[in-house]
Design a binder for this molecule. Structure first.
Ligand code: NDP
Ligand code: MG
Length: 394
């Protein structure tokens, strides 16, 4: 008898990770079945997905688009639900084995907690929920036999490399970083960069928020905290290394000096597939590595002067408590302000740091305390914007 199909929901199916996940599921064939999906506003694309994959349920989190989506699917059997609460329902639905969390930002947290509580396999791209509340998500997953598998390429690489040794044999992990579009830029050039410059990532094609995070290196700061929670690391065991080609996705150094790395061309379909098939491996749609063609791999230390965000990542990994929620929320608010042309690129890390400085962290917070820290940090950034001297704004 063939093993039962793995039934999957994708939260954030219309985004970059969501759509790559769909192509992976298609290529995996009949052992994997997408049963439901959720998106925020792109109702047309969600309706197309519902038809193509004969989905049982779809959720549109912005209720403004409920009617349009219902009309578009009126002749199908797909159940249409509206509002973010229903994302939580998809995450704990008994129809589902694997929850792909491809929503951007803090909005994913309730569904992540629900999936952990329901003992699902979480294939999690959304690093923000782990940065905010890794201290809740990971113990909840352990208590309920849920499996948390990273999609983030660096963390997938670490997961793969960790399998080469035992936990107590790990000396450190080295998270690689392309350096983003401003790797060679001066501080002045970064300060003058506009949105198009920040969105021009040299190696990865991703959604806008993570692309901006990659330009400020705040993405790496978030990934330090993400790694700390996912792998229960001491922050002093984490290093960051600039590697412009994005071929080595991260490395693990063991106590005997052996360093294990995971290499592949920069394509998210590979880490997505590994999270779906874990612990097995399958042939997949991602391109193969050709080192004859690449010939050279480069490395350099990160520059904390031009990229102060990195420091914040290490600081927050050490502080723990509600500091993660503040880092994430202040950054989300500041990225929003940058997208609206209200601040310059370098002010994203400045405003985030300002919030962190003012925040009195609560140790071992509960969910209401984390949510309050999130709201507080967003208000802080908005207030700081109002008080910025006019010349400091764009
Ligand atoms: P996108 O912006 O491309 O997609 C975001 C998805 O989230 C869309 O489906 C969007 O719906 C949905 N969404 C947006 N806001 C909300 C909300 N308030 N409630 C519910 N759903 C919402 O982002 P990415 O795919 O690039 O990134 C997704 C996550 O994966 C992020 O956390 C990112 O850090 C992480 N990640 C991404 C990588 C990548 O290569 N893209 C690599 C590693 C991690 P709609 O389209 O309808 O607005
Ligand atoms: Mg990453």
């Amino acid at each position: 008898m063939s093993p039962p199909k793995k039934r999957i929901t994708i939260l954030g199916s219309t985004g970059s990770i969501g759509q790559s996940s769909l192509s992976v599921i298609e290529s995996l064939g009949e052992d994997y079945q997408l049963v439901s999906a959720g998106a925020h506003r792109q109702w047309r694309l969600l309706a197309d997905q519902a038809r193509r994959y004969h989905l049982q349920k779809v959720v549109i989190t912005d209720p403004k688009y409920e009617k349009k989506l219902k009309n578009a699917l009126v002749d199908t059997d797909t159940e249409v639900l509206a509002g973010s609460d229903h994302l939580v329902d998809l995450a704990r639905d008994e129809l589902v084995d694997i929850v792909v969390v491809a929503v951007v930002g803090a909005a994913a947290l309730p569904a992540v907690l629900a999936a952990a509580q329901a003992g699902k396999t979480l294939a999690i791209a959304n690093k923000e929920s782990l940065v905010m509340a890794g201290c809740l998500v990971m113990p909840l997953a352990r208590q309920n036999d849920a499996t948390v598998l990273p999609i983030d390429s660096e963390h997938s690489a670490i997961l793969q490399a960790l399998r080469a040794g035992r936990r107590h044999e790990v000396k450190k992990v080295i998270i690689t970083c392309s350096g983003g579009p401003f790797l060679e830029a001066s501080s002045d050039q970064i300060a003058r960069a506009n949105l198009a410059d920040a969105l021009n990532h040299p190696t990865w094609n991703m959604g806008p928020k993570i692309t901006i995070d990659s330009a400020t290196l705040m993405n790496k700061a978030l990934e330090i905290v993400e790694a700390r929670w996912l792998f229960d690391l001491d922050p002093d065991q984490i290093e960051v290394l600039i590697h412009p080609e994005s071929i080595i996705h991260s490395l693990v150094e063991f106590c005997d000096g052996s360093v294990l790395a995971q290499l592949s061309p920069p394509d998210m379909r590979l880490p997505i597939q590994f999270a779906l098939t874990y612990p097995d491996r399958r042939e997949g749609p991602a391109p193969l590595l050709d080192l004859h063609q690449i010939r050279q791999l480069n490395f350099q230390p990160p520059d904390p002067e031009r990229f102060p965000a990195l420091r914040l990542g290490f600081e927050v990994a050490r502080r723990g408590g509600t500091a993660g929620a503040v880092l994430n929320a202040a950054n989300e608010a500041a990225v929003g302000a940058f997208q609206e042309g209200k601040i310059s690129c370098n002010q994203i890390a400045e405003l985030t740091e300002l919030s962190l400085r003012k925040h009195n962290s609560i140790e071992n917070p509960d969910l209401p305390q984390i949510m309050e820290a999130d709201r507080w940090a967003r208000r802080e950034v908005i207030d700081s914007l109002k008080s910025l001297p006019h010349s400091a704004k764009l």
